[in-house]
Write a protein that binds this ligand. Structure first.
Ligand code: FAD
Length: 549
């Protein structure tokens, strides 16, 4: 046999680490009352970094779901078949309470703990986060129909993953989906044409199409449809109480850029039985309760993607040599890695702060509800937008290997834009920031109370807060304000991230963040931190669990 070459200078596989080896995450968990959940976060983090789960993630993506519209005899079945790895991922997520469990958990910090678990577990495989997240988010909307909530909430919160099309109330645990977007309009759901007609027993019959409905094997969906009173929200079961299939036809699965493990379908409702949730004609107001929660998961999911990308970049550059030394010892690469670490920590602290606001809002804290209203919209806009850029740069740290599927980086890269598109695309999130500013003045007060908790600690942050106030004063009429919406959303998010980092972050990260994001003439790409940034301090604090196991 001819030996063609010996393999040298390639990084070893990155496996057996803990995704919970993340000082910023654990500090946020302890700070805001979630210390009791740390053992489970650590357990899930170690699982996320295990070879077995990495295999599940690979299989779930490589063997995507398949739609079966008919059985062999021609009967409609409308079923989606998943690789067993998908079910394993889902079962772990549900058993660890990443879905609706916190809504029935009275412990303070339940949502924060859930956020930390979602963040570490999403690093294993993001696609199944979609149904998990929708199940989490369905509960606050469903509470607008107390009788339905009383029946369904315990099952949505149950820690049993019970896959299969059976009557929901006969199952041990339920998964929920969301069915809003139609062909003629997604952001503008008021353009929905699906029609809901009342039946004699108080239920409705839905007829119409939905252009996107992810996780179509879910047990129940919150759907929007038009009634005489206007757009209304409904609970639609996949299977009726008598065990027969509801009138819900799966027409096609989307052939997507990423998020391949998850099924996203086009569906048609044909006289589908549906129960009203909330007042007829107030459908947007009702379902927005769900969207607000899935938006939090978009922020957490983007932060998780950044952390996963950073880990890969640190691992590769620690093992790869070029021009006489390891890549991570080359000053310019160190600057890139440090900048990625800064962005990642900023996203993590913001995501966790938003999750803490959910807990406190639930406990009746009006200031926290107001803060969440504005900060979530700005965070959804900015953190999700940064996710794609971060993924691209982390991928580039691996050079050509990063562009190859085996590295896992393409999966991260493909997933990132989705978090910016769904649950309110960039412009929609930015316009939501404007809406919060004009309609809910308490939100801005709460925002400034939060960011000014760091007043006097960093002159660049103080100047950025003053600059933000000026920007707000210059908003002008609504058309002009729209032209500033993205800049404003970005600034609001950056100032909040800066304030959180100055108060709670790794000092070197806080300093580099203020210097590069709030001040100065440095570049906009990653790797353009000021030359005097404390790269050792940043990278030293960004432990990623690379060396565990
Ligand atoms: C993989 C995937 C899964 C999905 N799953 C679901 C699901 O389960 N359930 C569901 O209901 N939907 C789902 N969606 C749909 C998703 O929520 C919508 O695609 C999204 O809300 C955008 O709506 P749209 O596609 O109709 O785009 P449009 O609303 O047409 O928007 C197109 C662009 O215009 C911008 N825009 C819109 N309005 C304005 C404005 N006033 N000013 C300036 N710019 C504006 C948007 O920001 C966007 O960039 C999914 C989408 C994807 C990609």
């Amino acid at each position: 046999m001819t030996v063609t070459h010996e393999v040298t200078n390639q990084a070893p596989p990155l496996t057996g680490f803990s995704a919970a080896d993340d000082p910023a995450l654990l500090a946020a968990l302890r700070r805001d009352g979630g210390a009791w959940g740390e053992p489970e976060v650590l357990e899930l983090g170690a699982l996320a970094g295990s070879a077995a789960v990495q295999d599940q993630a690979r299989w779930a993506e490589e063997q995507p779901p398949r739609l079966h519209t008919h059985d062999r005899y021609g009967h409609r079945v409308d079923e989606v078949e998943f690789h067993p790895a998908w079910h394993q991922l889902m079962a772990t997520a549900v058993e660890h309470g990443l879905h609706a469990a916190p809504w029935t958990d009275a412990r303070p910090g339940a949502h924060l703990v859930r956020a930390a678990k979602f963040y570490v577990w999403s690093q294993a495989e993001p696609g199944h986060g979609c149904p998990v997240s929708m199940t989490y988010a369905a509960v606050p909307a469903l509470r607008a129909a107390p009788e339905l909530a009383a029946q369904y909430e315990p099952l949505l919160a149950a820690r049993t993953y019970d896959f299969g099309l059976r009557a929901p109330l006969t199952k041990h645990g339920l998964i929920a989906g969301m069915s809003m977007t139609e062909k003629q309009g997604g952001s503008d759901v008021r353009a929905n044409t699906t029609r809901a007609v009342p039946a004699a027993d108080g239920s409705y019959r839905l007829t119409g199409h939905k252009w996107f409905t992810s996780a179509p094997m879910s047990d129940v969906f919150l759907a929007l449809a038009q009634t005489d009173e206007g757009l209304s929200c409904f609970l639609v079961p996949r299977v009726l109480p008598d065990g027969t299939r509801n009138g819900m036809r799966l027409m096609r699965l989307k052939d997507k850029l990423g998020n391949r493990s998850n099924a996203s379908s086009e569906i048609e409702y044909e006289d589908a039985v549906a129960w009203p949730v909330g007042e007829p004609g107030r459908g947007v107001r009702t379902i927005v309760e769900m969207v607000n929660v899935t938006r939090l998961d978009c922020v957490l999911g983007s932060a998780a993607g950044m952390r996963a990308g950073l880990r890969q970049a640190l691992h590769h550059t620690a093992h790869r040599r070029a021009f006489g030394r390891e890549l991570d010892r080359q000053p310019l690469m160190r600057s890139v890695l440090a900048d990625l670490a800064v962005e990642s920590e900023a996203a993590t602290v913001l995501g966790m702060r938003l999750a803490a606001a959910v807990d406190r809002s639930q406990a009746g804290d009006a200031g926290e509800s107001a803060l969440r209203r504005l900060a979530l919209a700005a965070g959804k806009y900015w953190v999700c937008k940064r996710g794609s850029t971060h993924a691209a740069e982390a991928l580039e740290c691996l050079g050509g290997n990063g562009y190859v599927e085996d590295s896992g980086m393409p999966r991260l890269y493909r997933e990132a834009p989705l978090l910016s598109i769904w649950e309110g695309s960039g412009n929609v999130a930015a316009l939501d920031v404007l809406r919060a500013l004009t309609r809910e003045p308490a939100a801005l007060d709460a925002y400034f109370t939060e960011v000014e908790a760091a007043a006097g600690a960093d002159r660049r942050l103080d100047a950025a807060v003053a600059g933000l106030r000026k920007m707000l004063a210059a908003l002008g009429d609504p058309e002009r304000a729209q032209l500033m919406a993205r800049s404003l959303a970005e600034r609001l998010a950056l100032v909040l991230q800066g304030s959180l980092l100055v108060r709670h972050g790794t000092p070197a990260v806080a300093d580099a963040f203020c210097a590069s994001r709030l001040d100065g003439e440095w570049g906009h790409a990653f790797g353009t931190l000021p030359p005097d940034a404390d790269l050792d301090g940043i990278l030293g604090g960004a432990r990623t669990g690379r060396d565990v196991g």
